[in-house]
Design a protein around this ligand. Structure first.
Ligand code: NIG
Ligand code: FE
Length: 418
């Protein structure tokens, strides 16, 4: 029998609890539900009670002897971080392209010359399921070590049915094998594979008629994502792909306005996409449309930094009423990192989000972006006991001391995993 856990005397317990439902925008992004001298009672993998240490010690007075007690004096406690956008399952690596970009080549030049996403597609097509599981396990372990307990993962390095299914099946196996909750997204529309060069519309039809039905039939994905970008998929092609996914019950997501302003944010709002990703070049009208439609902006400041681009207008988006989430975008080309804490630091430094907004963006709003807010993303009675104990005393310090992994301990469903 696993003992109940009593965490007590947390200098600051950031619960992220709030009365409202759905993604938080504007001032609500700064409401962290802070409890000083905070305490939690955890049992059966769930949060059973939350309050001050005095309150909980009184309430559980007759059971204190059976509990494992964690003294969190001088420490911050938060929900497990949620990463709502990754390409975590892939074969090989692309360090030579990193060098090439530093020598002057652009991300799109490399991709158009058969590298970039195409290079990883070749390596992923060649990799066995076992190899992909091994590589991805290493990355998931690293996520966990950085306080991340839920990760979204996309296919998209197959672009043929066989390899797309291989990536999604790897995710399914990892959901069973790894303690991290992995949320699967189909992204057959990541690029047009070389065998369809010049026949882009045919590839779109192939994806819609031959890939989506199998992915849906095998229940391998919850979301459907597409790279809407000049030279990749047009807004019209993206809309077709996302609409088709909807008919199979897949919720739309969209890589929008990353390299050029291309109407991606507007499209996300129009089709009721749960989130739009990147948005470095999102237009004024696109931002307004997203605020109105309640589309979450999933911002990826590590990607912007890695591509040496100016970060998305996160400050402006929040001021305009867009609910913002943040993510690593973990992938082998534009953001090879598993560090959500670094992404949180960058969200402050490069997008001028406040430390409080950043914590919301990396927990509750991130959970909303993958439909998991009923289970994770905040510390509330009845939710999963996914918890991080940090080596800092408050949420500001977590952002202030940057580039450092402050994780002291992590519990996933009430079990200590770090
Ligand atoms: O989100 N922009 C498209 N897809 C990924 C990058 C994929 C890669 O370079 O392998 C992204 O940045
Ligand atoms: Fe991405």
């Amino acid at each position: 029998m696993i003992k109940p856990i009593l965490i007590k005397h947390a200098a600051q317990l950031a619960t992220l609890a709030s009365k409202g439902k759905g993604p938080r925008s504007k001032e609500a992004m700064s409401e962290l539900g802070l409890i000083e001298d905070g305490s939690m009672w955890i049992e059966g993998g769930m949060i059973k009670a939350i309050g001050t240490t005095t309150e909980l010690e009184e309430r559980y007075a007759d059971r204190l002897d059976e509990a494992e007690v964690i003294d969190a004096t001088n420490h911050l406690v938060t929900p497990g971080l949620v990463d709502p956008h990754t390409h975590v399952v892939y074969g090989g690596s692309r360090e030579r392209e990193f060098e090439m970009r530093l020598e002057g080549a652009s991300y799109m030049d490399i991709m158009n010359a058969g590298g970039g996403i195409h290079a990883t597609t070749r390596m992923t097509r060649e990799a066995s399921e076992e190899e992909l599981i091994e590589q991805t396990t290493w990355r998931l372990d690293s996520f966990l070590a950085h306080g991340v307990t839920t990760v979204e993962g996309k296919s998209g390095y197959g672009m043929n049915l066989e390899t797309e299914l291989k990536q999604l099946r790897v995710m399914k196996k990892l959901q069973e094998q790894h303690v991290i909750d992995l949320v699967p997204t189909f992204m057959g529309g990541h690029a047009v594979p070389p065998e369809y060069k010049g026949r882009e519309d045919e590839f779109v039809e192939h994806l819609i008629n031959d890939m989506l039905p199998v992915v849906a039939e095998e229940k391998l994905a919850e979301f459907n994502d597409v790279f809407c970008e000049k030279g990749v998929f047009t807004p019209a092609q993206s809309e077709r792909i996302l609409d088709a996914g909807k008919r199979f019950g897949l919720i739309p997501k969209i890589h929008a306005d990353e390299i050029e302003s291309y109407g991606g944010a507007e499209l996300a709002a129009k089709i009721g996409s749960i989130s739009a990703e990147h948005l470095l070049k999102a237009s004024e009208a696109g931002i307004k449309a997203m605020a109105k439609s309640g589309t979450i902006a999933c911002l990826l400041p590590a990607t912007a930094l890695y591509l040496r681009e100016e970060a998305a207008a996160g400050r402006k988006m929040i001021d305009e009423g867009v609910a913002v989430a943040i993510s690593t975008d973990c992938n082998p080309g534009s953001s090879p990192t598993t560090s959500m804490p670094l992404v949180m630091n960058l969200a402050c430094i490069s997008m001028r989000l406040t430390p409080a907004e950043v914590l919301t963006a990396a927990t509750y709003n991130a959970a909303c972006a993958i439909n998991r807010e009923e289970k994770v993303g905040s510390l509330e009675v009845g939710k999963q006991a996914d918890i991080v104990l940090w080596n800092v005393k408050n949420y500001q310090e977590l952002q202030y001391l940057f580039g450092v992994n402050h994780v002291k301990a992590v519990w996933k469903k009430g079990v200590k995993v770090v």
